[in-house]
Each structure stands twice: as C-alpha cells, then as structure tokens.
Write a protein that binds this ligand. Structure first.
Ligand code: AMP
Length: 498
C-alpha cells in the first residue's frame, strides 16, 4: 500500500460525522502515524503500532475505529490503557473526535463505586476506555452485560508489562469475542509484548514511527529561544543583529501583526515589508518580486500569504510566534534550506508555549535546539571584530584626506580616531536591553517542572487500581476538557483574518 496519497483527512474516506470531529478539533493534516495506521485499521486489519504519546496515536486508532463501529446500544469499541490518567486522556480525545458521530464513552477504573460505571455501560455506551484491574473485576463477575466489542485496542502495552498487568490482560482476552479486530500500541517491543502480540493479534501489520525518521530537512538548523511575552520585538531585533541574516522570512499569526512588525523593523532601519491576505494581488506580487530580486531583506508574512512561496537563498526563517500545528511548522521552516543550501529556523517561545513546542518536536520529528539570546555585550563584541577588519581593510578616500587636513588643526589625532570610530559604532545601531529571555534560574525551574510532569508519578502507578471516578458523555454534551493541544479551544481557527 502506498502512503503517498493520504495527505488530508478527507483522503481516508471517513464518514462526514467523523470528519466533522477532525475539523472541529482543528486538525488539518494527518500526522505520520496517522498516515501509516489509519488505512490498515479502516480495512479491518489487526495492527501493531510503535509510536509514542504526542505523535497523534490516539486519533490514529480512534478515528478509524470510530468510523467502523455502529451506533447501537452496546459497547463496540474497547480501549485498555495502563493508567487512569491515560484512560481519561484517551476518552477526552475520543469524545472530542467522535462527538458528532454520536459516540458515547465510559471511562472505567478502580477506586470509585463500580455500580455507576456498570450502569452507564449498560445504559448504552459504544466505547469503553478502561484500566485492566477494574475491567477484569467487572468481566469476571459478569456484571457487564452484552459486552462483545468488535474492536479492542491495547494502548501502551509495554507500560502495562512494566506495571505488572500482563496476566490481567491475558485473562481479559478470555472474556472477549474471538472474532474481533485487535490493535496494539507500544513504544517498545520487549519479548513478553511480542509474545502477547502473537497470542491476541491475527496476521497483524506493523507500523512504526520514530521521530528520527521524520526529520524534515537536514540542511535546516532549528533553534528555539525561551523568552517572555513582552520580549518578542527585542528578541527578534537582537537575533537580526547577531545572526545577520542575508534574507529572511518572519512568520506572524495575523495581518495586523505583519503590518506592525514590518513598520517597526523599517523604523529601526531594516529593509522589511509585510505580506498578507489583505493586500491587493498587485502589491503582493511586487513585494514577492523585490524579495526575490534581493531588493528586500525581510519579509514579514502570515502562513496563508506565504503558502507555496518559493524563494531561493532564504537564509533564516523566524517564527515570531510558535505556529499552530506541526504541519505549519514544517511548512514554514521549509522556506529555507532549499536547493541544498543551509538554512536556519528560529522559533520564539514563551514558557506558556513550551508544551506546544514539545508536541511539535514530537509530531514533526524535529530536532529543535535551545539557544540563549545573545546579550548586547556579546553582539557588540562580535560586531567590533568585524569593524576592526573593515577599518583595517578600508580603501582610502580622497575626500578623507581633505577632511583630515582640515581637522588636524582643531583636534588631536587620537581624539579624532576615537570620535570617528564612535560614529561608526553608533551607525551599527545595536540597542535594546542587555539580556533578553528567561534567566538561567527561571529556565531551570521551568525545565524541572517539565521533567516532573513527564515522569510517571507514584499516584499514576498505583492509580489504576486505586481511586478514580467515571465519566459519561452524551453526544454534543459539554465537559470536553482542553488539554492544551494545538487543536484546543481558541486554536482551531487560523488567525490570518484578524
Ligand atoms: P496523542 O499522541 O494521541 O497523545 O496526541 C497528541 C496531541 O496531538 C493531542 O492533543 C491531539 O489532539 C493532537 N493531534 C493529534 N493528531 C493531530 C493532527 N493530525 N494535527 C494536529 N494535532 C493533532
């Protein structure tokens, strides 16, 4: 099967209600694991998927599974996850994507009264997302009536092994119908998991997405700078001064921002112009032409206006704001590093946007490195080296000799040289605060918080068998919690219209 043709969610042939969930979630382009896995799952094949959280794997199994099941008063899709946190996360995602198709999801885990959970399932949910312990209790006590899901998904199987759930899982499968479609997702495939796959899957296809395979373009060095919200302009100016890009595109979110930023850059002496959808076709063409002909150094553009822009020799792409999704990121940075040339992609992020950056890194498989914004002193030092070179190599000008003759009478030669150099330095116009971006201390704290968030906590490990609560969501009902994804509330629209 070729994966080339799956470049949009429409191309998978989903039902319109499922597509609506995708659109409302703000997903525009399928992620690599989705492109790989969805067609097989839609065909009804069993599948082993190797992909990590953050790659879009929930939608990779959730969308085709929900597309295949029928809306009847019985459970048709079962997802088993190792922890209750993951169970909640998966059920949130399935609710978000499946609500227009009328999917009802119940989340089942230990700790809370099982009475309510059983009641909700028996009242006609189509999807159950469960942790192994409680699910096995309910199945072995026969309390889940008419429970024969046609699709069963094991999520994070290697984590289940680590948590000692393997025997429970094997037991659970004894209660499930023999005729079923089974999908297993696991970041790693240790021997016991391969053995489990051999028992529960039938002629499975394997799909694997590792971030390293996805790296967009090796000719593009990708870097990010953590700054405070109010420092964006200072950071951009400082990076222009330090990087000295020959030709660059600055991506912004709105037309207004494109106008404001290009005006600010012009006022600071840069050769810049805005490019956005509100401009007349003719002036857009003129701007692009002067950018192509090197009469313009900086293009400040919105995503929409820069779509398909093919300009040679763009040395730098700056993301003034982090893009909304991984696809825009890959598209934006692809404006540089073209035709075998090297390019640099710079992204400014605030601590609040840091999580989005991590997600982009994972989904786009990009190696984006953290750098610090150079201080005023750093840039001045770098520039003075260049100034020395240009003074030493300057060709003598006849008029300079006349000027020197005239000045010699009035000023000491050393004073004169100092004044002349000062004038040159002032012309470089390197200004702004000395340091820009998060202090080392704040950055360290932020990164520690991040690391702590990613580590499985003791409550997470114990949680699957411990306390919990269940949720029951009605179609079109509220309660969808935004987990801060690209697709979350307020992020599903493109901002070009503002
Ligand atoms: P997951 O790997 O399933 O935990 O997904 C990570 C995040 O990416 C979730 O918040 C999803 O809503 C989001 N996501 C999944 N697929 C896409 C897509 N194709 N485009 C944009 N965001 C996506």
């Amino acid at each position: 099967m070729t994966t080339q043709q799956y470049d949009s969610f429409e191309s998978f042939g989903f039902k319109p209600q499922i597509l609506r969930g995708v659109t409302e979630a703000g997903f525009t382009t399928p992620s690599p694991i989705q492109i790989e896995a969805i067609p097989y799952i839609l065909e009804g094949r069993d599948l082993i998927g190797q992909a990590q959280t953050g790659t879009g794997k929930t939608a990779a199994f959730g969308l085709p599974a929900m597309n295949r099941i029928e809306i009847a008063d019985r459970v048709d899709l079962l997802v088993i996850t190792p922890t209750r946190e993951l169970a909640t996360q998966v059920s949130d995602e399935l609710f978000k994507l499946g609500r227009f198709a009328g999917m009802r999801t119940v989340t089942i885990y230990g700790g809370q009264s099982s009475y309510r959970q059983v009641d909700l399932v028996n009242r006609g949910a189509q999807i159950v997302v469960a942790t192994p312990g409680r699910l096995l209790d309910l199945l072995s006590s026969g309390r889940l009536k008419n429970f024969s899901p046609s699709i069963v998904i094991l999520d994070e199987a290697d984590e289940m092994l680590d948590m000692g759930f393997l025997d429970d899982i094997k037991e659970i499968f004894k209660f499930l119908p023999k005729e079923r479609q089974t999908l297993m997702f696991s970041a790693t495939m240790p021997a016991p998991i391969r053995d489990l796959a051999g028992r529960i899957l039938r002629d499975p296809v394997s799909v694997k997405v590792t971030p390293s395979e996805e790296t967009a373009n090796k000719d593009i060095a990708q870097q990010y700078y953590v700054i405070e919200e109010h420092e964006r302009d200072d950071a951009i100016l400082r990076l222009f001064d330090s990087e000295e890009p020959s030709k660059s595109i600055v991506f912004v979110r709105t037309k207004k921002e494109a106008d404001r930023l290009s005006t600010m850059l012009i006022a600071k002496g840069y050769s810049a112009k805005g490019l956005h959808g509100d401009m007349e076709q003719k002036s857009r063409e003129e701007v692009i032409k002067s950018f192509k002909n090197n009469q313009l150094d900086i293009l400040v553009a919105t995503d929409v206006a820069a779509r398909g822009l093919d300009v040679k020799d763009v040395s730098h792409v700056f993301n003034y704001h982090i893009p909304f999704d991984p696809e825009s990121y890959v598209h934006r940075i692809g404006r540089t590093g073209r035709a075998g040339k090297k390019g640099i992609a710079v992204t400014l992020v605030t601590p609040l946007e840091y999580k989005e950056l991590q997600r982009i890194k994972k989904i786009a498989g990009s190696d984006i490195r953290r750098e610090s914004v150079p201080t005023l002193g750093d840039v001045r030092k770098a520039h003075s080296g260049k100034l020395i070179n240009s003074v030493l190599n300057a060709r003598l000008n006849e008029e300079a000799q006349h000027l020197l003759n005239a000045l010699e009478e009035q000023i000491d030669i050393q004073q004169l040289a100092l004044k002349a150099l000062s004038l040159l330095i002032e012309k470089q116009n390197i200004t702004g605060p000395d340091s820009i971006g998060l202090t080392a201390q704040r950055l360290e704290k932020m990164l520690n918080d991040q690391r702590r968030d990613h580590r499985p906590s003791s409550s997470r490990r114990g949680g699957a068998k411990g306390g919990g609560y269940s949720k029951f969501r009605k179609p079109y009902g509220g309660g969808n919690r935004d987990r801060g994804s690209f697709s979350g509330k307020g992020r599903s629209t493109r901002y070009e219209d503002r």
